[in-house]
Every structure is written in structure tokens, then in C-alpha cells.
Design a protein around this ligand. Structure first.
Ligand SMILES: *Cc1c(COP(=O)(O)O)cnc(C)c1O
Length: 441
């Protein structure tokens, strides 16, 4: 009988991986709180702290009793019904809570929710809404999008089309990705000056003017680009994008799939800037990492125009739209956030990461160390040797998943100061091990 990992290698794909990847694979035997019990290919078990929150999502930890109970309650009632012509309490409650939490209380406000099944789909819906809005306004030629370089918005085709054109997948699908407009990346938060911000603003304004007749919307991740490079930029730049969008009649779409629900120290990253988007995408931590669910929020104005258009409807409707179990998980997660404890938790985790990662600055292999909210990043000068770094961290009791030249953490909010210290120490040690081994080799 082959081991589970061998059977996996014979039958499954993993994210962004070849069939039968050469990289090591770990079997998860149990998960509880911040801890995972992993089994490696030699059959050894490792107790590790999950510094990744399973890709930003498990903010309240594994087997959270409140989350577990909420899903079990819904399960004993019903687990799924179609959303065409039917509705249910978990979906309505979720929409009301999301609108209540979202940026914008007076003036521009988000007043309508589309429940999508993943972050990528929430972006598809946002892009569709923007094009349908422009068409409804008599501007059917406005079918392209302006974004900044270095972004990541998902893996479906329209979403891929607004991902970074170099690091994204544009070269692999040249005939399938829309020709969008890419502005430069804003200056880095730590180094930005009024001059560099102004220079960037001028470049974005030029591009917007040049293409305004064919642009439907601007789409960005506010202040923190996640999978596109864990890159942080000033709140001022989000305000500039809001002004440019308004000036040219473009919608502003903020993709907070990664940054939403407290991760950056505010409930949404857009709160740091005071900017209210026309369309907001949320996902990842929405269900506390329990089930897949995302949402696209829009203003009453966008909803009204699209509904009154010739099409007469927002043209999207997934089979599992508004899945009740996922909505129940989201309601439970938002209920935990409503206690407000997350604010102190995120501050504690962030302070722990800042202190614990600081020693990495002096390592030769390290180009930059940065933190924002409960996100900590070590940027290396060269590409990370993923297998070596991951193994070194696991041996020190921590699960991380580096990419490109980035070793980063966004721990569950429930992580204690000691646990964050273990995570940061392991990350720094993993960098040292990987760079020493390279010198030795
Ligand atoms: C992860 C992510 C997405 C895509 O979400 P999926 O649930 O993986 O489809 C979109 N936008 C941002 C900013 C993300 O971080």
C-alpha cells in the first residue's frame, strides 16, 4: 500500500505546480487553534504553528468552537438550496452585516451584495458590473480596466487580465487575456516622498486621460498587494486613484479579498485612506477559513443603473451562490469580529512580527523587512529555495509557504505573543539556513 503522499503524487494537482511536483508534500493529520500536525514523506510527524492562516483565511484558528457550532447548527437545518427564486436567513443576515461593516457611512455607500463562490469570481463579478454600468450609461466602448503593476486579482481569465502583466500569466495566454492598461506601481510605503507620489500620480493621470474613452474602471488592492509581491504603498495613492476615477467617470473597484476583515489593522484596508469604492471585493477570511465564499459589494447607483440597463440584470449566477453553510460560517466569523477583540489581537501579532523579524535586516541575503497590520515580510535578494526554507521552518515548529523572493507570515489573530515569536524566529533562522547552505554549495 502506497503512502497517502505517494497516492497524492499519482493523482492530484496542487496550486501552481506540475503533476507530481518535486517539492516536498506534507500530510495534515490534525489542526487545532494555531497548530497543525504534519506528517512528512518519511513518516515523521511535526507539530507546527500555521504562520500562513491557510492563505490569509483562518483568522480565528482551526476548530474554533463558535465557528464549529454555527456550521453544525446550519447543517442540521439544511446545507444547500439554490439561490434562484429562494432565499434564507444566513444569506440575508450576511448581506446586512457586510453592508454595515463596509467602508462608507455617509455620501458614497455600499448598499448591495452579490455572493460569489471564490475571490476570483468576486473579481469577475466586479469587472462585469463595471462594464454593464458603463454600457447602461451609454458608454459601451468602455470595456477595459486600469490597474497598477504588481497586482494579483485571481486565476480566472478576466481576473488574470488585471494581474501583473510580467509576473502574472499573460505570456502563457496571450490570445485570451484582455488588453488592459497598466500604470506603474506606486512608491513603496516606507520610501515614498511627496515628490515620488506626485510623479506616480502624473503617470497614472496621463494613462487615464489617454484611455478614458475605453476604460470602465480602476481596480487595485488598496495599500497592500498580496500575492503580487507583498508590497505596501501609501494611503494617499488610494485617494489619488479615487479622484482620477471620479474625474474620468470610471468606477473604482477595491479588491480586499486578502486585506479585508482586520488583517491590516483596520476592518478594511480602505479605511486607512478614507476612500469608499464603488465596488468592493471580499473573500479569503470572510468565512474564517472554513468554507469557500466571497462577495462583491456595490453602491446603490451601480446596482440601479445595471438593473435598469437593456440587459436588465447583473449577468452572473453560480450554482452554489449563497451556500447556506458558507454563509453561516461567515456570519459566525463576522460575529467574532464584532466583539472588537481583533483590533488588539492584530496589533499584538503585528508588534510581535515587527520585533521578531527585525534581526533579519542585517543578513546578507535579505533585501528588505516590512510589516503592516498582522503581516510580516522578509524580502530576499534572490529567489527563495522553497523546499529548503520550508523544511528549515518546519524543523523549527512553523509552517510557511514562501514564493518568489518572499518569506512572509500572516498568522491567525488568536496567535499568542510567544507563538508569534516562534514564527518570526523560525522565519529568520530559515533564511540563515538557506543562505548558508547556498554558500556552502
Ligand atoms: C486570493 C486573492 C484573489 C482570488 O481569490 P480566490 O479565492 O483564490 O479565487 C483575488 N484577489 C486578491 C487580492 C487575492 O488575494
Amino acid at each position: 500500500m502506497n503512502s497517502l503522499i505517494e497516492r497524492d503524487r499519482a493523482s492530484l494537482w496542487h496550486p501552481y505546480a506540475p503533476a507530481s511536483p518535486a517539492l516536498p508534500l506534507w500530510e495534515v493529520e490534525a489542526a487545532d487553534g494555531v497548530a497543525l500536525r504534519l506528517r512528512d514523506e518519511q513518516g515523521r510527524t511535526h507539530e507546527v504553528l500555521d504562520a500562513m492562516s491557510s492563505w490569509w483565511s483562518v483568522i480565528h484558528g482551526y476548530r474554533n468552537p463558535i465557528m464549529d457550532a454555527a456550521i453544525q447548527r446550519q447543517l442540521s437545518n439544511f446545507s444547500h438550496v439554490m439561490f434562484g427564486g429562494l432565499t434564507h436567513q444566513p444569506a440575508v443576515a450576511l448581506a446586512e452585516t457586510l453592508l454595515d461593516m463596509a467602508p462608507g457611512k455617509s455620501g458614497r455607500r455600499l448598499e448591495r451584495v452579490f455572493l460569489a463562490d471564490s475571490g476570483s469570481i468576486s473579481v469577475e463579478v466586479a469587472l462585469k458590473l463595471a462594464v454593464q454600468f458603463q454600457t447602461a450609461n451609454g458608454r459601451p466602448k468602455r470595456q477595459r480596466f486600469l490597474t497598477i503593476r504588481g497586482g494579483y486579482h485571481g486565476d480566472t481569465f478576466a481576473a488574470m487580465g488585471v494581474c501583473d502583466p510580467v509576473d502574472g500569466m499573460h505570456s502563457t495566454f496571450p490570445g485570451l487575456l484582455a488588453g488592459n492598461v497598466f500604470a506603474p506601481r506606486p512608491p513603496a510605503a516606507a520610501k515614498a516622498t511627496p515628490d515620488t507620489i506626485q510623479e506616480w500620480q502624473a503617470a497614472v493621470e496621463d494613462l487615464s486621460r489617454l484611455h478614458s474613452n475605453e476604460l470602465a474602471a480602476i481596480i487595485v488592492e488598496p495599500m497592500l498587494q498580496g500575492a503580487g509581491g507583498m508590497f505596501m504603498y501609501p494611503a494617499e495613492c488610494v485617494r489619488i486613484l479615487r479622484d482620477i476615477a471620479d474625474h474620468h467617470g470610471l468606477l473604482l473597484i477595491l479588491d480586499e479579498v486578502a486585506t479585508g476583515f482586520g488583517r491590516t489593522g483596520e476592518l478594511f484596508a480602505s479605511h486607512h485612506s478614507g476612500v469608499v469604492p464603488d465596488i468592493l471585493c471580499v473573500g479569503k477570511a470572510l468565512t474564517g477559513g472554513y468554507l469557500t465564499l466571497a462577495a462583491t459589494l456595490c453602491t446603490a447607483e451601480v446596482a440601479r443603473r445595471v438593473s435598469a440597463s437593456e440587459a436588465g440584470a447583473l449577468l452572473h449566477g453560480p450554482t452554489f451562490m449563497g451556500n447556506p453553510l458558507a454563509c453561516a460560517a461567515a456570519n459566525a466569523s463576522l460575529g467574532i469580529l464584532a466583539t472588537g477583540a481583533w483590533r488588539g489581537d492584530v496589533a499584538r501579532v503585528g508588534a510581535g512580527l515587527a520585533a521578531g523579524l527585525a534581526p533579519a535586516v542585517k543578513l546578507d541575503a535579505v533585501a528588505d523587512v516590512r510589516t503592516f497590520g498582522a503581516v510580516g515580510v522578509i524580502e530576499l535578494r534572490d529567489a527563495v529555495e522553497v523546499a529548503k526554507v520550508t523544511r528549515a521552518a518546519v524543523e523549527r515548529g512553523v509552517w510557511i509557504r514562501p514564493f518568489r523572493n518572499l518569506i512572509y507570515a500572516m498568522p491567525p489573530y488568536i496567535s499568542s505573543t510567544d507563538q508569534v515569536d516562534v514564527m518570526a524566529t523560525a522565519m529568520v533562522a530559515a533564511v540563515e539556513v538557506a543562505s548558508t547552505q547556498r554558500i556552502a554549495a
